[in-house]
Design a protein around this ligand. Sequence first.
Ligand SMILES: [Zn+2]
Length: 136
Amino acid sequence: MQQGKHTVTDDFIPLHNGLGKEFKTVTAMIDIYCRAHHRTSTTCTECESLKHYANVRLDRCPYGESKPTCNRCPIHCYKQKEKAMMKAIMRFSGPRMLLHHPLLAIRHLIHERRKEVPAKPPKHRSNRYIRLQQQD
Ligand SMILES: [Zn+2]
């Protein structure tokens, strides 16, 4: 279903627990970056669509709840353009997160230091898989 250009604010795929927090962290970082660089009163269309992109990637992440932080993940699931955007955003907003969203930032840092990242994701753990199983 294709949404109109201006209806992109709240219709995200629901994510829970760790994935939900991860998505919150990503959207907060995008907001910080957008406010500083694109100077629109609300998040600009491009950044808003990046949130949706991240939302879908997280939904489909095969690691599901055991997902490592993106910079330690052996799977590179972002397309080049989105990856470049996200990299710039992380670099800018990462340090600023401590100030704006200390709890999310600290959680992310702790998560980043967890040791093992299984090279092969478990089966049937993505949010999307579980979500579709729960329908009907
Ligand atoms: Zn923007």
